[in-house]
Design a protein around this ligand. Structure first.
Ligand code: ZN
Length: 309
């Protein structure tokens, strides 16, 4: 029995051949080690990679993805990564700090293992003038929160296929098959979400942080105001007074909040405006039950539709 093991290992070493020669020795049935900045991208990378990948996310679903504290534990996760997938559009620019502490040439900027999956996304709320970041606006390149728009998952997963196939060219067909299987499940879910949202077309909502413009646009809803003064800038009393007045005038019934927002503040504004605050999953894992890509959107669509009815 013991003699069979080396043979088995030799056979398995053929399974994953390493596309970056010299970067690491492709040993046995090693999975491709993937790290993503946010959990939405982990969920999508797992759909594409299936059994061939081992994926970890740096941020948790209930955190503010704009402001992650870069701890040594994050650098440790990056140290052995083959591929780092980032959201881009400056949502997760903190990843650069973590990479610099990780001492891993696979994932430095410009390396084939560093992947920005915003490529090909049509960015919403792109500023027409140069935004001065010193003013604190955290969306200087336009709105970076495209990941939970199910209509954009095809583009994101295509970018992931390309990245994985660069690393393991002989597995491209498998990645592509996995992607197609996921996209057909997503299509079915999309039909369901479209039916649910159809009667709510044209509805206006207020959001705490402008995280939802892609989802709202997808289903024909509109964002009337944000509780934050500007993206990432806390609400001032004068701004909140204006928002409350607007909500009453326009009979806006819902404020969308995320787990990391100041829920008490949102509830207070909602009370004064005769509306309600509804917590959605800003990212996969953000609320209970939102633990896969489709489950997170299911939760968001259903909670939003229920609150608007
Ligand atoms: Zn944001």
């Amino acid at each position: 029995m013991r003699r069979a093991i080396p043979l088995l290992l030799a056979a398995l070493s053929l399974v994953v051949s390493c596309g970056f020669p010299g970067v690491r020795t492709a040993s046995a049935a090693d999975k491709i080690r993937v790290v993503t900045t946010i959990p939405d991208l982990k969920a999508l990378a797992e759909e594409v990679g299936g059994k061939l990948v081992d994926v970890e996310a740096l941020a948790r679903g209930n955190q503010n993805a704009h402001e992650l504290e870069v701890r040594p534990s994050l650098m440790l996760k990056l140290r052995r990564a083959d591929i780092l997938i980032e959201n881009g559009l400056e949502l997760d620019s903190w990843a650069e700090v973590a990479v610099q502490g990780a001492n891993n040439p696979n994932i430095v900027r410009g390396a084939p293992g560093r992947v920005d999956v915003s490529r090909g996304i049509q960015v919403l709320e792109a500023p027409s003038i140069r935004v001065d970041r010193s003013m604190g606006d955290v969306h200087p390149m336009g709105n970076p929160h495209y990941s939970l728009d199910p209509g954009l998952a095809a583009t994101v997963t295509q970018n992931i296929v390309e990245a994985f196939a660069r690393f393991a060219p002989d597995r491209r067909a498998e990645f592509e098959r996995n992607r197609q299987a996921f996209l057909s499940r997503l299509d079915e879910a999309m039909a369901r979400w479209t039916r649910t949202m159809e009667p709510l077309k044209g509805a206006k909502v207020v959001v705490y942080h402008p995280q939802w413009i892609y989802l709202l646009t997808r289903f024909g809803l509109s964002q009337a105001a944000t509780l934050e003064d500007r993206p990432g800038i806390p609400a001032s009393p004068a701004h909140l007074t204006r928002v409350i007045r607007q909500m009453r005038d326009e009979r806006i019934k819902v404020i969308i909040v995320e787990p990391w927002n100041d829920l008490k503040l949102a509830d207070r504004v909602a009370d004064e405006a005769g509306a309600k605050a509804v917590v959605l999953a800003g990212m996969v894992g953000g609320v209970k039950g939102a633990d896969s890509y489709i489950a997170a959107i299911d939760h968001n669509v259903n909670a939003l539709a229920q609150a608007l009815r």
